[in-house]
Design a protein around this ligand. Structure first.
Ligand code: NAD
Ligand code: MG
Length: 385
């Protein structure tokens, strides 16, 4: 039986993965090693019982007793906190989903890579903050990383056996998020509720707001730069309101291979789960005659300054990705809490990058997780100020 672990099981990506596992036969087919979640203890325990997991881990130390109580009689071990998360990721497994949101996903993802197997990577923050460390850990153990972010899964699939050196550029698409068509002067007054809706995808709140600000796409450009080893100028972004084409690979011979699919994360998750094979997935078959028209346009960098910031981060290298992500997470916390406005987020991230770029070591890729986390803390402090 294939041994699997799911980090961030109770989130939007985690739930989609759970759905696929259940449809594929659940505990009769997979041996679940570890499941992790946050504050939703009841759901974490329910999933752990259903999949007969070895261990369930909540991110929060103070919720350990609740988790224990919810798991009484199940035979599932209960654990809590960041150290327990990393330890759970060290337990041998053949396939691991990294779907915690934010830099908190970095340590368990790295631990899973160190022990080998396949890592289905939804946590884009890992590649943005610590791309070199992630790749080095995979190289040491021989672990394989399969991207779960839909655009990167699409590039991976469109590339197939083709070599990257015949690729002229790749294009990732962006829906444009909640404020795609808003008058620019209204953006500063956009509310959290307005930013938390998405025209095409159902996702966690943080990534949904990041889609409205394009910080999500900015993160994804950096993610593509790290994962596929492509220079910044070989990664383009197109606004595509229908979210049907997820990415395109344009070769030097003029051929462009596009990946199309319904906007449903179960495709990318299921692809990663079944890789290198393909299996039937519970997704609607694309009906282009019904969709009729697909639209594309250049992103407007005045509306979405995050994209310009991402180009700066790739040019700077070193610790810039970790600083960028942490400043963005802090600015997002402050926006959600009502402390800053929607357009203040990009300004805050730009200021934080400026301020920390003069510090010693900024241009050196962080050599270890501790250094990444030190930059992360410094950036959050500066951004919060
Ligand atoms: P979510 O908010 O729905 O779920 C996040 C999960 O992480 C939950 O299980 C939560 O309990 C856990 N978590 C939150 N904070 C934690 C912490 N400090 N420590 C440990 N665990 C913690 O998020 P999501 O939308 O499923 O996104 C997960 C990841 O996948 C993100 O990196 C996101 O960018 C990426 N992603 C998501 C989608 C999507 O459709 N939702 C698409 C592409 C990529
Ligand atoms: Mg994506």
């Amino acid at each position: 039986m294939r041994r699997i672990s799911l980090f961030g099981a109770t989130g939007s990506v985690g739930e989609s993965c759970f759905d696929l596992l259940q449809r594929a036969g659940g505990a009769d087919v997979f041996r679940t090693v570890a499941l992790s979640g946050g504050a939703n203890i009841a759901r974490l325990a329910e999933m752990a019982r259903t999949l007969k997991a070895e261990v369930a881990v909540t991110a929060y130390d103070e919720r350990l007793d609740d988790l224990r109580a919810a798991l009484v009689g199940s035979g599932v071990e209960a654990a809590a906190g960041a150290t327990a998360l990393a330890e759970a990721a060290e337990r041998p497994a053949d396939w691991t989903l990294s779907a915690i949101v934010g830099a908190a996903g970095l340590a368990p993802g790295l631990a899973a890579l160190e022990r080998g197997g396949t890592l289905a990577l939804a946590n884009k923050e890992s590649l943005v903050c610590a791309g070199e460390l992630v790749k080095q850990a995979a190289a040491r153990s021989g672990a394989k990383i399969i991207p779960v972010d839909s655009e990167h899964s699409a590039i991976f699939q469109a590339l197939g056996q083709d070599k990257l050196d015949t690729v002229e550029h790749v294009t990732i698409t962006a829906s444009g998020g909640a404020f795609r068509d808003w008058p620019l002067e209204q953006l500063a007054r956009a509310t959290v509720a307005q930013a938390s809706t998405h025209p095409n995808w159902a996702m966690g709140q943080r990534i949904t707001i990041d889609s409205a600000s394009m910080f999500n796409k900015a993160m994804e450009v950096i993610e593509a730069h790290v994962f596929f080893d492509l220079d910044s100028h070989r990664i383009r972004v197109l606004v595509h309101p229908e979210s049907i084409v997820h990415a395109m690979v344009t070769h030097l011979d003029g051929g462009t291979i596009a990946h199309l699919g319904p906007p449903d994360m179960r495709h990318a998750i299921g692809y990663a789960l079944n890789w290198p094979d393909r299996q039937a997935l519970p997704l609607p078959v694309l009906d282009l005659a019904r969709i009729g028209t697909l639209n594309f346009r250049e992103p407007d960098e005045e509306r979405w300054p995050a994209l310009r910031l991402a180009r700066g981060v790739m040019a700077a290298g070193g610790a810039a990705g970790a600083v960028f992500n942490a400043a963005k997470e802090q600015a997002l916390d402050d926006f959600i809490a009502g402390r800053v406005g929607f357009t203040d987020m990009a300004a805050c991230v730009a200021d934080t990058l400026d301020a920390l770029s003069g510090e010693a070591g900024f241009t050196t890729p962080p050599p270890d997780l501790e250094t990444v986390l030190a930059w992360d803390r410094a950036a959050r402090r500066k951004a919060a100020r």
